[in-house]
Ligand binder design. Sequence first.
Ligand code: HEM
Length: 461
Amino acid sequence: MMKSLTHRRLAELADVYGGLFHLKMGQLHMVAVSTPEMARQVLQTQDNLFSNRPATVAISYLTYDRADMAFAHYGPFWRHMRKICVTKVFSRKRAESWASVREEIDSFMKNVDARIGSSINIGEMVLGLTRDITYRAAFGSISEEGREEFLKIMQEFSKLFGEFNVVDFMPWLGWISYQGGNLHKRLDRARGSLDVFIDKIIDDHLEKKRNKKNNEGFDGLEEDMVDELMEFYDENGGTSNLGSAVGITRDNIKALIMDVMFGGTETVASAIEWAMAELMKSWDDLNKLQQELADVVGLDRKVHESDLDKLTYLKCVVKETLRLHPPIPLLLHEAATDTVVDGFKIPKRARVMINSWAIGRDKNAWDEPNVFKPSRFLEGGAPDFKGSNFEFIPFGSGRRSCPGMQLGLYALELTVANLCHCFNWTLPDGMKPYELDMNDVFGLTAPRAVPLVAIPSRRLT
Ligand code: HEM
């Protein structure tokens, strides 16, 4: 039954039971929030009570007992981690992250160009691109071998995050899994491999820092996210040399790197693939976008960052994609205390699932909610995704909203713009646009069930 609790199934239940309903799974109370008004009550009116995160046994173990930001409960530790990340790691001022995006997109475009005239699996290629971006931003440029090893570790983490574990719903069954359960062995192994991998990287960075201090020819080296985090590093997690701030340990660094990897990879890749699929299904919109690109950029060069603000229709396409296909369709929060929403009692520790997918298709909030219509965002007063229009919350809203929004949008806009500007696209085997399968699958994100395959041809002069 748990496996059938997807964003689509919960939306169907909401049609019957309303914008707020309760489910009991084993001992776990769950509450589904499916309308803009209910989302506002949870994410704005009572944001302070709903800013905790639920975590399964596997997630707690793999995040070193919530030593990260994404799964830490709301409180001083989370605030401290979030401040470090927002000011140091995700900030627009951190030019290196933006440079990683630009340079990786450049080499991605060359790879596409090398395959002109043949069918390419866009889904697979963009996932490779976003992994390269986050990997490069996090660790700088380290060996190809190291990259492969890290990707394997991530894949196993991803599987384990989604694994069903009865103990999450019936904690009194805990003794079963502790009796040599297979899941526990896999969790142990996965975290062990990450320890070996990142400990080595941290040691290399400590060495780099020492050498830099001694000025041994390390000046001018690219700073990566680990470098930024090392500034706060304290083996014991005590007071740092920055005064009263709490230092961060190796476990915190490992868990934060995982947040960036999981938060910034599949989300951006799924949005790029959906945008391309919707455009290939709607040639009219693709033509409008290509015309805009030709007018603003010209057909003799690629799209640059400085063009993005002038590309109004591109922004509409991106918004419409995020409305119909929010990469994280269910926002998971937890009630910190017993409370009441719209007259209904919500018990302490209830898992609150805010269905951003259903909200983006709410028929009272949107005209023709299931139709891809980017031009709706050209109208005056159209909602924005910054978090105060509750009918459109692909990045969440309030305290736990996405800290990587700017970086994610940059990668998303620049990739879609360049894919549509540099190439024309056809579907393989004479497939018609209306034959494209637009189903999704539910996991950490909601990517396409059938990967998008298309054939590029050169468009630029
Ligand atoms: C199109 C791209 C992206 C989308 C749609 C997206 C969406 C989201 C959403 C919906 C949440 C949860 C909000 C909530 O619970 O209310 C979230 C949280 C988060 N995102 Fe993103 N995200 C994107 C890109 C990124 C990127 C590029 C990064 C990092 C480089 C990132 C890092 C995070 C982190 C660390 C959190 C947890 C924040 C916390 O719990 O305090 N995201 N994101």
